[in-house]
Ligand binder design. Structure first.
Ligand SMILES: Nc1ncnc2c1ncn2[C@@H]1O[C@H](COP(=O)(O)OP(=O)(O)O)[C@@H](O)[C@H]1O
Ligand SMILES: N[C@@H](CCC(=O)OP(=O)(O)O)C(=O)O
Length: 374
């Protein structure tokens, strides 16, 4: 059978590993198996792929360490378990990655960090920088500070939001089943594995509604919902068994392993749709001819040096319209600086940003990933 070519070409991947797998069904962290996954991720890095790891396991690891025989029900005890377990979790990852000459970075996120645009941009900027510096970011929910109302709860949703954040090509969800079945295989011996399905297929929810395992929190339902969320930024999702040999490498090479949930739109179309649909513009920039030409040629960011004027009341992360000298719309995008900052930077090269503002958020006014040419 042919490979899944699209998946084989993915350059930026989010790999999500769930609690049930990581803790070997609750018997503390499965250090040996974590080593096998790390080895595969190191291999992907050698192939030139970038990987963000979203790892659960802190509560389960902390429970073991603190001597809880069953999952505590009180929030403060869960938070304590998460704090203890997270230390062990990142320690195990760091020591494994170190053997492969790779360094890791811990990122703990809350819902607020991703729903507030300024914090969203800051989280995105940190993650992108870490990837460009060759580190492997390891993301988990910041369980010790979140309360019930603002939790992601399961790391499938967090994985999808991270895939949106870093504009990943694909998200690989490793779990304790071979993939998505047409019904819960724990309860039905005749359940069949789905190999390929659209992430927006309406039948997914009813197939996945069979509940979670003992340690996981979301089951398949949160995984198919996460696939739909990831599809919003054009990312493919693959659900596969973390217990299968070389599973990460096999899935990433496009082998037919597990379930492939495909987005309806490609990344660019998805982003354009999102940019077009979601946001009202908060201001305008007037570009010089050089900048207009550069943008129209494609795949470039907008630098302050090519901007002649700025109007409106925009903040970092807001949508602005980019006009040419005659007032025609050239592009729209999410700007990295406020209107006051932009006015100070007009016509200046990026190397001046630090001396003009006293700090630099990003070298470009609008990153090419946040720009849609009209
Ligand atoms: N249609 C389905 N296909 C596969 N697994 C399913 C399905 N419906 C429910 N499940 C359950 O989802 C579980 C995996 O989710 P979960 O326990 O949350 O794991 P994780 O910790 O990896 O997120 C499986 O063990 C299985 O019992
Ligand atoms: N943040 C939690 C993970 C929550 C959870 O169980 O997620 P999952 O294993 O994806 O169902 C932890 O580290 O324990």
């Amino acid at each position: 059978m042919e490979r899944r070519e699209k998946i084989a070409k993915a350059r930026r991947l989010v790999v999500k590993i769930g609690s049930a797998l990581l803790t070997n069904d609750g018997r503390g962290l499965d250090v040996e198996r974590i080593g096998l996954w790390v080895e595969q991720i190191a291999q992907l890095r050698k192939q030139g792929k970038e990987v963000v790891l979203v790892s659960s396991g802190s509560i389960a690891a902390g429970m073991k360490r603190l001597g809880f025989s069953s999952r505590p029900t009180q929030v403060n005890e869960l938070q304590a378990a998460a704090a203890v377990g997270q230390m062990e979790l990142v320690g195990v990852y760091e020591s494994h990655f170190e053997k492969h000459g790779l360094c890791t970075a811990q990122i703990l996120l809350t819902h607020d960090d991703l729903s507030n645009r300024r914090r969203y941009l800051n989280a995105r900027s940190s993650l992108r920088t870490l990837l460009s510096l060759g580190a492997v970011p390891i993301v988990n929910e910041n369980d010790t500070v979140v309360t019930d109302e603002i939790r992601f709860g399961d790391n499938d949703t967090l994985g999808a939001l991270v895939a949106n954040l870093v504009e990943a090509d694909a998200m690989i969800i490793l779990t304790d089943q071979q993939g998505l079945f047409d019904k819960n295989p724990r309860d039905h011996v005749d359940a069949t594995l789905i190999s390929h399905v659209s992430a927006t297929d309406e039948r997914l929810e009813s197939m996945a509604s069979g509940g979670a395992g003992l340690l996981g929190s979301g089951g398949m339902l949160t995984k198919v919902r996460a696939a739909r969320l990831a599809a919003r930024s054009g990312a493919d999702t693959l659900i596969a068994s973390g217990r299968e040999e070389s599973v990460i490498l096999r899935v990433a090479s496009g082998e037919h392993v597990g379930t492939w949930l495909q987005p309806e739109h490609g990344r660019l179309a998805a982003r354009k749709q999102w940019l077009a649909g979601q946001l009202k513009s908060r201001g305008t920039l007037v570009l010089d001819d050089g900048a207009v030409k550069a943008l129209r040629k494609g795949s470039t960011s907008l630098l302050a040096v090519g901007v002649k004027d700025a109007q409106g009341s925009f903040s970092r992360g807001d949508m602005v319209l980019c006009l040419d000298g005659q007032g025609a719309l050239v592009a729209r995008g999410l700007i990295n600086y406020t209107v006051a900052e932009t006015l100070k930077l007009l016509g200046r090269p990026s190397s001046d940003i630090l001396s003009v503002l006293g700090y630099e958020s990003e070298p470009e006014l609008i990153n090419r990933d946040d720009l849609v040419i009209i």
